[in-house]
Design a protein around this ligand. Sequence first.
Ligand SMILES: *Cc1c(COP(=O)(O)O)cnc(C)c1O
Length: 341
Amino acid sequence: MNIEELIRPDLLTLQAYSSARDEFKGEASVFLDANENPYNNGVNRYPDPLQLKLKTRIADIKKTKVNQIFLGNGSDECIDLLFRLLCQPGIDTAAAISPSYGMYGVSAKINQVELKQISLQADFSLDVNQLLEGAIGCKLLFLCSPNNPTGQSFPKNQLIDLVRKFNGIVVIDEAYIDFSEEESMITELTNFPNLVVTQTFSKAYGMAGIRLGMLFASAEIISWINKIKPPYNINQLTQDFALEKLSDLTKVNSEIASIKVERERIKDHLKEIELIEVIYPSDSNFILIKIKDANKTYNYLISKGIVVRDRSNQHLCLNTLRLTVGTPEENRKLVEVLREL
Ligand SMILES: *Cc1c(COP(=O)(O)O)cnc(C)c1O
């Protein structure tokens, strides 16, 4: 596949913004090139536009090369930049499974791109051929696995089949991969030039507040995204904080382990509550349930100070609530209130 043929033609000749930090490469002790305030306070200098220190650490953890990584101001920036890089407004189209993460649709709309929503099966499983058929002619295809809001992962062989057969860029959104029993698609990057994998610091890593998303792809795709990104999209505080947190993953790993244990414990309790009609299998840090009257349950939970997500207006999701796994204490409270009801 020729990636250059997928790039928006008007971007092929783009002269990217060249910052002071881009132009000067080497050693110096006096920086009079960027009109910064010279008095050190920790953040008076512009941050590294390519976040090399942080990427080096991430490459080590994820077993990729540094030039296979792009970092965004949340995954949401990664999604937006993919639309901008590939889709000509009003002309090119993209596709996503439905139900799935809401930002694909919002980002498509903001970029004036039509997003074709292709339905999952009623049990939220995937028919690859149906998806391929629905996405014919699209440049970009989003597939979230484990999927939000359903919680289920798609088998890796299905994803590989999809990437192999789709005639454009496939984005596998792995925001919840750390809670999953499935292996990440990152291992397939070298096999497929049209594969993009996104992950985030917002969920398992416990850093939603610093806004840091990861995008993994071929060095070629990464260099195209780097060309169109805002020059200093990852601020210094975020880079420093993430590096510090990544120096020791023991705490993150133990948090992930207890969230998974709690998920199974909540499920066992929910099974005994008659009001709940279906508990969908979950490979993530939330559980989707189908319940007699989702709206009434939602309001009752609110009256007890517990907020969950009502997903009833999503395709195939009538009368469903999405419950994020909390601390053991929070989960006990949730189960107790549902039991009362
Ligand atoms: C939460 C979530 C993200 C994370 O987005 P950020 O901008 O990185 O916080 C990405 N994709 C999906 C499917 C999510 O549910």
